[in-house]
Design a protein around this ligand. Structure first.
Ligand SMILES: Nc1ncnc2c1ncn2[C@@H]1O[C@H](COP(=O)(O)OP(=O)(O)OP(=O)(O)O)[C@@H](O)[C@H]1O
Ligand SMILES: [Mg+2]
Length: 248
């Protein structure tokens, strides 16, 4: 496979264009099992009519595991937000509408969100009292089976030349409570821009008639789960969100 142009360089992978394909090439030390799991999840959501790029193959490129999928020509919602700050309202609206549509889909073969969050909280570096509080809170949440993306951010939405949205990066998808997915998106947005985060939360709650407190309840849980990523610059803000647990 000939890699033509670097589209993106992340901590764990590089994404290249190769003809009609986008090839996600993982770092050498990335677990083979995790590459196949990501391809499996992406393949599982393919039939759901969500405009996700089809997986074409999993192979090795220069000794590294790679997932080849259809390449979406366009810009990420994150690029568009940066290029057109006056249209933020429209883009946040789009983001919310796409996510609400996603929540209407079913994909029972995916891992349960509660189970995944439990594992993450168990491995987060927090004190045991907090861990216990967060696990009890998680346990008490209602059982839902909505398709959750797990990293639903403007960087993982590509808008093609016709204005059609495509959702990518399904690595963290699970089935569970939509409010958890919204809390995760809110947290990501707040690390980037508080105002956009609040706009997003307000729009989601308005459009779905959801009480904001349902989403806020998940914030400490998704914050603790995010902590396992060990991103130094985020630590202070994440710790703040985890501590919200003590005030509620
Ligand atoms: N199918 C695709 N078509 C076009 N561009 C893509 C495609 N897949 C990925 N990209 C580009 O590469 C970037 C990174 O891809 P992706 O989101 O899958 O990886 P990541 O965020 O680094 O992954 P992870 O969160 O799993 O570590 C995207 O934001 C997008 O710009
Ligand atoms: Mg991504």
């Amino acid at each position: 496979m000939k890699l033509e142009k670097l589209l993106s360089k992340g901590k764990y992978n590089e994404v290249y264009k190769s003809g009609d394909l986008a090839v996600k090439v993982f770092n050498e030390d990335y677990k083979k099992e995790d590459v196949f799991t990501e391809a499996l999840i992406a393949a599982s959501v393919e039939p759901l009519d969500l405009n996700t790029p089809k997986i074409v193959e999993v192979s090795q490129v220069d000794g590294k595991w790679a997932i080849a999928m259809e390449c979406v020509e366009g810009k990420t919602l994150s690029q568009l937000m940066e290029e057109n700050p006056n249209d933020i309202d429209k883009y946040v609206d789009m983001m919310v509408d796409i996510q609400i549509d996603m929540f209407s889909k079913k994909c029972p073969s995916l891992r349960k969100l509660k189970e995944k969050m439990t594992d993450k909280i168990n491995s987060a570096s927090i004190d045991d009292t907090k861990r216990y509080e967060l696990l009890s809170r998680l346990e008490s949440t209602p059982k839902h089976d909505k398709l959750c993306h797990g990293d639903f951010t403007p960087q993982n939405i590509i808008i093609d030349d016709k204005g059609q949205a495509h959702i990518i990066d399904w690595n963290h998808a699970t089935v569970g409570n939509a409010s958890a997915d919204v809390a995760r998106s809110y947290l990501w947005l707040s690390l980037y821009n508080d105002k956009i985060a609040d706009l997003y939360m307000n729009k989601f709650c308005e459009k779905t008639n959801t009480d904001k407190s349902y989403v806020q309840k998940w914030l400490p849980i998704v914050a603790a789960a995010r902590l396992t990523k060990n991103i130094a610059e985020e630590k202070e803000l994440i710790d703040k969100w985890i501590d919200v647990v003590e005030f509620q």
